[in-house]
Design a protein around this ligand. Structure first.
Ligand code: C2E
Ligand code: MG
Ligand code: MG
Ligand code: MG
Length: 291
């Protein structure tokens, strides 16, 4: 009896694994087909500056407009794209589309020339020999000012440096493009690794921000990361700000920029451009006026 149960359990496990593998294969095929079909589009999440109280920039985040299943978020796309190597094409497509949009906004509203666009770069890109040339092509094709571009690389990726990545980072820096360390606090990088990584921005991971108002240790971590970033001459962005209380604490701590649902969720280009227009007219979001 017990043995029978064990066998059945094994069968069920096997079946679930098989189904998962089949599903991943299906998604992989669909990503491959969807790439040239315009199914992947960037959404734009606003980032606000606490000093100027203005819109400072946007982070481009991929959304998959699937022909049958509707909108699909990155958690269902990125892991499979990374496993299969499709991430290289996907990231470059996002960079191209995001730069193309933003370029239009800057030419329509030249006063927003001091804003920035951040685009996520999968860790594996850093060691692709053609990365810098591919970025250069995008900048030329979209007429995008390189100093407005920031590439986000997760903290865990800054540890794996090799000759190719060092070369890429050097060329990217020479082009005037900036780097941001994403999800800081979740990786295991050392202080010297952070110091050696040529980033101008550090983004504090959402998990610390979401706990900082209730949990003293999280608050102290946010304070410490902010101080660390500033001591390395980096700007600090807090990710995942959802409440006014968090915002007030971040202002008191001296954090530079905030991003989160308290202000806006990632928005389609049509909505983002309206925010750009408002910013060009001097608009200051209500959540920031009184702090
Ligand atoms: P990330 O780069 O850390 O981006 C921030 C994520 O946090 C986004 O999720 C955003 O929607 C979410 N977020 C922002 N503010 C809040 C908030 O206040 N509350 C909550 N609960 N969430 C908030 P999203 O768009 O689902 O993206 C998830 C991750 O997928 C990104 O994390 C990034 O690592 C990856 N990703 C997204 N787009 C791309 C891409 O084009 N290329 C690559 N390589 N990775 C991407
Ligand atoms: Mg990011
Ligand atoms: Mg992040
Ligand atoms: Mg994250």
């Amino acid at each position: 009896k017990a043995k029978e149960l064990g066998v059945n359990k094994f069968k069920v496990f096997n079946k679930a694994m098989h189904e998962k593998a089949m599903q991943n294969l299906l998604i992989e095929t669909e990503i491959r087909q969807g790439l040239p079909e315009d199914e992947f589009i960037p959404y734009f999440q606003p980032i606000y500056c606490l000093q100027t109280k203005r819109l400072a920039g946007f982070e481009a985040l991929v959304r998959w407009n699937h022909p049958e299943r509707g909108f699909i978020t990155p958690e269902h796309i990125i892991p499979i794209a990374e496993e299969t190597g499709l991430i290289v094409k996907l990231d470059r497509l996002m960079l191209l589309k995001a730069c193309r949009e933003f370029s239009k906004w800057v030419s329509t509203y030249p006063s927003v020339r001091d804003m920035f666009l951040t685009v996520n770069l999968s860790p594996c890109q850093l060691s692709k020999p053609d990365l810098a040339d591919a970025i250069l092509d995008v900048l030329n094709e979209t007429n995008f000012p390189s100093d407005m571009l920031k590439l986000e690389i997760t903290e865990s990726a800054i540890m794996e440096r090799n000759a190719a990545s060092t070369f890429n980072l050097k060329r990217i820096g020479e082009m005037g493009i900036k780097l941001a360390v994403d999800d800081f606090g979740t990786g295991y990088s050392s202080l010297s690794q952070l110091q050696r990584f040529p980033a101008s921005t550090v983004k504090i991971d959402r998990s610390f921000i979401s706990r900082m108002a209730e949990d003293h240790e999280s608050l102290e971590i946010v304070r410490a990361v902010n101080a660390l970033g500033h001591s390395l001459s980096m700007d600090v962005i807090a990710e995942g700000v959802e409440t006014r209380q968090q915002l007030i604490l971040l202002k008191e701590i001296g954090c530079d920029c905030v991003q989160g649902f308290y202000f806006d969720k990632p928005q389609p280009a049509e909505v983002a451009v309206q925010l750009v227009k408002m910013r060009s007219e001097g608009f200051c979001p209500p959540g920031l006026t009184s702090i």
